[in-house]
Design a protein around this ligand. Structure first.
Ligand code: ASP
Length: 326
């Protein structure tokens, strides 16, 4: 145990006798999705149902180019989706990676948790499972995402790529942006649940899996200590086991603020290493602890998150604490 843990008072919402329902999401999520999630929580819905509800709304949003329908494709123009779901009461989890052609990857991930003695299904296996449970099919490549991919790929028409490796590396030199849907929900029983869903890094090599599908990297949740989710360069979150590490620090008595700063420092150090192959170099981490303190930490300034508690009519936006270098 640290001798003098601070208690993250900067974002503190003290726990009353009845746990305060809280929704914590990345700053890009529309307010209306968060508000409708809070209405469900106030009517007694579980953290899991609300996390899935919000994630599904974002997956359907064609304006959100990094999640679900309308997400940016891989270097061959295919939308491959990663999603994970974790239940803090039981530590049960489900995830899918590189899933193609289904409308709601987050629901498929939750069903992996519910129906199989497994955590992660990938590619064809994930699609077979989705088909078997009757998940809704959808062509996830929107006309806008297709046009963006075609325009980008056309730049290489004069000097065609020798391989998909070559094509991918060249396309990645001009990133179009990326992000992930992160939602952490605490319900009126004090249970935590996390849902993470993304189309991953645009122009990625086909089959590339990011942190969003990896329990412990982009998603971790334990009612006893707290929850953490990540967005940004998934490879960095995987290499630091970022989400599990943050929750483990809180488990060992560190405050949310210390845990977030420690993990962000490690990420910043990793991202500070010169790597000519990486053109995306930030990570943002969202955290909540078992008492309902919450916060956001990032490896660069200007990254936001949104919070709505049961006391708020609308979500409020906060800038994540930025840790630029270890
Ligand atoms: N973390 C996601 C991934 O690496 C992408 C992102 O959040 O920007 O796939």
């Amino acid at each position: 145990m640290p001798s003098d843990p601070d208690h993250g008072q900067r974002w503190a919402h003290e726990r009353s006798h009845v746990p305060l329902p809280i929704i914590l999401v990345n700053g890009e999520v529309r307010d209306e999705f968060i508000v409708s999630g809070m209405q469900l929580l106030l009517r007694g819905a579980s953290a899991g149902d609300v996390a899935e509800h919000i994630a599904r709304a974002v997956e359907d949003d064609p304006e959100e180019h990094t999640v679900g329908y309308g997400g940016w494709p891989n270097s061959l123009g295919e939308v491959e989706l990663d999603a994970s779901f974790m239940d803090g009461a039981t530590l049960r989890a489900g995830a899918v990676a590189a899933l193609k052609g289904f409308r709601h990857p987050i629901s498929v991930a939750r069903q992996v948790m519910a129906r199989l003695p497994h955590v992660l299904l990938v590619g064809e296996g994930a699609a077979r499972f989705a088909e078997e449970i009757g998940a809704e099919r959808r062509d996830m490549l929107s006309p806008e995402a297709r046009a963006a991919w075609q325009a980008h790929a056309a730049r290489f028409a004069d000097a065609p790529a020798e391989s998909v490796i070559d094509l991918t590396l060249r396309m990645l030199e001009q990133p179009i942006g990326h992000d992930t849907m992160n939602v952490i929900v605490r319900d009126a029983n004090g249970h935590l649940c996390t849902a993470v869903t993304t189309s991953g890094i645009a122009w990625k090599y086909p089959g590339r899996v990011g942190d969003s599908a990896i329990i412990g990297a982009g998603n971790y949740c334990d009612d006893r200590y707290g929850a953490a989710t990540c967005m940004g360069l998934g490879e960095a979150a995987i290499r630091t086991c970022a989400a599990a590490q943050a929750v483990t620090l809180m488990r060992f008595g560190y405050s949310l603020e210390t845990a977030g700063q420690q993990v962000a420092q490690q990420l910043a150090a990793l991202l500070g290493e010169a790597d000519h192959r990486v053109h995306t170099n930030w990570v943002r981490l969202l955290l909540i602890d078992a008492q309902g303190h919450f916060g956001g930490f990032a490896t660069r300034p200007g990254l936001h998150f949104k919070v709505q508690t049961a006391h708020d009519q609308w979500p409020t936006t906060h800038e994540a604490v930025s840790i630029t270098q270890a």
